[in-house]
Design a protein around this ligand. Structure first.
Ligand code: ZN
Length: 264
């Protein structure tokens, strides 16, 4: 599928490195006015910055087509295709966040089953914030972040733990994907507490996804609080608007089971 960029076409073809036809790549455009030529910032300047912000956001290639307008609120295929009513509210709120940003004071937290589109939604928000509004954003899969930090402990590592964490705690908008998907140790808990508390103190917008829920679909499953601890759980509640998204298949099955057991 071809990415449908919502902004006007690039005057600078960055991919092929061709210079801008308006400024020749200098970033300054000369206009002929009545009283003589006038030099101003080239029209490509803002676009280039937005493209650069998008590149710097570290959005994985497999999510490069994720937009808010191609987010699927339906589940299933063919005749089984039905709207998932858990998906429309977070979709609406995501659109609102992009529209209102920076006049926003809470992030978003999407909890839910694997495959319902949590990451799509989170990525779509930062894609549109970088490309349409020029907002510096950053995407991190939480496991990858932990691995990257761990690698810096190697004495030969060219980067430091600080340089990675610095980016994560200061970036204007951060997506932390798959929170809770790690083996819980004091170290991992310290890292996540540090990031979340720093961002909370600086009132920065954080968008989080997690496969763990407060009310898991399986009765014997661990809850989100079991995974991340009470303190962090309540901190996330303060800084994010939260949504629990359940897979429809499961709910339909559950309903059948309930009505079946009622009959007996
Ligand atoms: Zn130009």
């Amino acid at each position: 599928m071809k990415a449908n960029f919502p902004f006007r076409p690039e005057p600078v073809n960055l991919k092929h490195g061709k210079p801008c036809p308006y400024c020749g790549g200098s970033g300054w455009e000369t206009q002929s006015l009545e009283h003589g030529p006038q030099v101003k910032r080239c029209r490509c300047y803002g676009e280039q910055r937005r493209q650069r912000l998008y590149q710097e956001a570290r959005i994985p290639k497999k999510f490069s087509d994720c937009r808010l307008d191609n987010f699927e609120v339906y589940e299933g295929t063919g005749n089984n295709k039905k709207i998932n009513h858990d998906l429309s509210p977070p979709h609406e709120v995501a659109k609102k966040l992009v529209k209102k940003y920076p006049a926003v004071n809470k992030g978003l937290f999407f909890m839910g089953s694997r495959g319902v589109g949590k990451t799509h939604l989170a990525v779509a928000i930062i894609t549109e914030l970088t490309l349409n509004k020029g907002v510096p954003c950053l995407f991190y899969d939480f496991m990858d972040l932990l691995k990257e930090i761990r690698r810096t402990y190697d004495p030969n590592s060219p980067t430091s733990e600080f340089s990675i964490l610095e980016k994560v705690v200061t970036k204007e908008v951060l997506v932390l994907d798959d929170l809770g998907a790690w083996k819980i140790t004091d170290w991992t808990r310290d890292i996540v507490n540090y990031i979340i508390n720093k961002r909370y103190n600086e009132s920065l917008i954080t968008i989080i996804t997690s496969n763990w829920m407060d009310n898991p679909q399986g009765m014997d499953e661990e809850t989100l609080t079991d995974r991340i601890g009470v303190r962090l759980r309540s901190r996330l509640h303060e800084m994010c608007q939260e949504f629990e998204i359940k897979a429809k298949d499961y709910r339909m099955k559950k309903k059948k089971e309930t009505s079946f057991s009622k009959k007996r």
